[in-house]
Each structure stands twice: as C-alpha cells, then as structure tokens.
Design a protein around this ligand. Sequence first.
Ligand code: CTP
Length: 401
Amino acid sequence: MDKPKVVLGVSGGIAAYKACELLRRLTESGHDVRVVPTASALRFVGAATWSALSGHPVATEVWDDVHEVPHVRIGQQADLVVVAPATADMLAKAAHGLADDLLTNTLLTARCPVVFAPAMHTEMWEHPATQENVATLRRRGAVVLEPAVGRLTGADSGKGRLPDPAEIFEACRRVLARGVREPDLAGRHVVVSAGGTREPLDPVRFLGNRSSGKQGYALARTAAARGARVTLVAANTSHLPDPAGVDVVPVGTAVQLREAVLKAAADADAVVMAAAVADFRPAAYATGKIKKKDGQDPEPVVLVRNPDVLAEMSADRVRPGQVIVGFAAETDDVLANGRAKLARKGCDLLVVNEVGERKTFGFEDTEAVVLAADGTETPVPHGPKEALADTVWDLVAARLS
Ligand code: CTP
C-alpha cells in the first residue's frame, strides 16, 4: 500500500523547531511527508534540516521547479495537510484565501483534511481578528487545535504555546484514520477521569495500580475533537502530554480525584470514569519514612475503603439527563461480572475490558464491550483506544440528544 501523503506546512514562528519532532514522528510511523515551509520559517529552521528529515526537496515559493506545477500538485496529492506552527499571519491568510507562496497555494488546492496547530503570543491568539479567522477555518471543516498554556518566547507565559508535537501527531493520525468528525458534542461539557490513583503509605511509598491513563486521554482527545469542552481529571499521568484544548486537573489520591470530579461534574453533560481508582487506602499515613528494624517483622498495613465515586455520582445525579459511564476491568466471566457491576454502580454505560497478560494496560490497542442500562450491548473490536473512545461518545451523544 502507498504511504499516506502528508504535507507539513511550517510558518514563521520560533516553535518551528518543534515541527522537526512532528516530522520525525510522521516519517517513522510510515507517512510520506513533504515539508513546505514559509520563507519566514526558514529563518528559524533551515531547508537542509527539513530536506534531510523528510527525504524530499524543500521549496517555499511557487517559482521553484515551475515545470512541475508544484503549487497545484502538492496540494492535490495530499491525504492530509498539517500546519505546525500556524502563526496568526498564516491563519489570517488561510481564512481569507490568500496565495502568495507555496504553502498558501497548497492550502487552496488541497481537498484533504487540514489541521492547524497554532502558536503565538496570548494577545495575538485572543485578538478578535485571530478568533474570527479560527472560527472561519473551523466552520469550513479545518481542524484548528487549541494552543497549549505555558511558557512563551521570552519571560511571559499564557495560552499560545504550540501543542505538544506528540499531541499534534495524534490529531493527524486520528484525522487520517477517521476524517474530520462532525462537532456533535459542541456546547457540551464532559468530564473524563484518567490514570491510576496512588494511596500514600509514607513520603516515599504508595499503593498504586498499572493503569497508564492512555484510554482516558484518548477519551479526552476525541471529545475535544468532537467539539466538547473537556475537563480531564488526571491521576498520576505526568508521563503523558496534555491533550490540546483540554482542561487538565492533576490529582494523586482517590479522595482528591473524587473532589475534582464532583466539582467538574456540577455542570457536566457527561462523566466518564476511566480512571483506575483504588478501592482501599492505608488507614494511616506515616509522616516519616517507615524504616526496617533488625529482627522485627514489618507492621501489617491496615486498609480502609475509599469512596466509590462512580456509584456516588450515579446515585445522586447532580443534573437531570447527565450521562454517567464507568469502566470495568475483569479477568473472568467478563460479561456476567460486567452486568452485575453495571447494576451495582447504577451508571448508564459500562465499558467492560478483559484484562490479563498483554491485554489493555499500557498497550496501544484495546477491545471491549459497552453494556448499557437499557440492556443493549455494543462490542468494540480490537483496535486503537481512540476507536473505543469514539464508540463511547457515540453512545453518550445518542443519550444526550
Ligand atoms: N471507581 C470509582 N471509585 C472507586 C473505585 C472505582 O469511581 N473507589 C470507578 C472506576 O473509575 C471505574 C469503575 O468504578 O469506572 C469500576 O471500578 P472497579 O474497581 O472495577 O469496581 P469494583 O466495584 O471495585 O468491583 P471489583 O471490586 O469487583 O473489581
């Protein structure tokens, strides 16, 4: 099979150097990438770098290799165009259809999905001119990622950082695999919990679990792509980059997770509990490190029950019509245990995974059955965690409408 053809447009911002990592991720995962920088982008990262990393010649103007009519061909042949970083100037040109260099021409000739990853100072991003340009591009079907919040060029920080290259890469993969989704969750607020809680024993030790957080992050990412405002309550997931355009609330323990989820759920249309919440925590926390003592057996660890956040939210619904989704990892009698758990927890949907050696935890792919309180079952075949996430949102969206 031919490799998917991706055009990586790079416009002139300091974040151009981060596009090198995006380029590497794209090429290493089997995409044929043609880099089309603007002249300003080349002032930050030179043509030799783009050419060496992509294995293709690099041009910025329509006057290079005119006999090959590159300004038409590159766009027409692309399966995806991603512009990273997309400056305020580039978003304005794209929104107004200007075509004064090779990249802007390519944007007009491309008929494939287009992803913009903006990067600029907060004032430029928030300016009504930029916001209107972004709205125009989104209305026409382009995916414009939300910039990340953090350190900007120089000493200041705020919204406007280029989303993490790993996140832009995920957005590209998702759009290539499934096209641009209808924003069927626009105007909705959804809460997703992800990761695994850690219940401290002393300042250096905790009881934890093997949840990687990837399924919860896939849920957050796909909901944002479908237009939702997303709050992601993330338990111990510092190894994962923040999904673009998602509010991330970091937590550590089950008690902290409960507080953050209940607060965010107050005005939420849906809550998806993908986090692995510890059922028990140590009854006592030692403020100093627990030391071994010669000739003595260790003290037994006494555990107490944690609150069951899913059961509590399902029993005391804060908003009528709120859809509540749980996850269950089972090793035996998967469906029977899943049905019993759905009834016990009182949620609307329960995603049941079979876990075991080389299954689910930490792996990129998954397979599940979604059980609904109305008795229906939706099997989700083995595939990426995003595909399962999209099925969950399909079922949630159906219940919200
Ligand atoms: N959950 C929760 N609060 C807890 C424990 C779990 O909200 N204290 C949520 C999880 O986020 C998940 C679902 O409940 O969505 C399933 O949790 P699980 O631990 O499998 O359920 P249990 O009732 O503990 O069942 P079992 O002990 O049989 O595994």
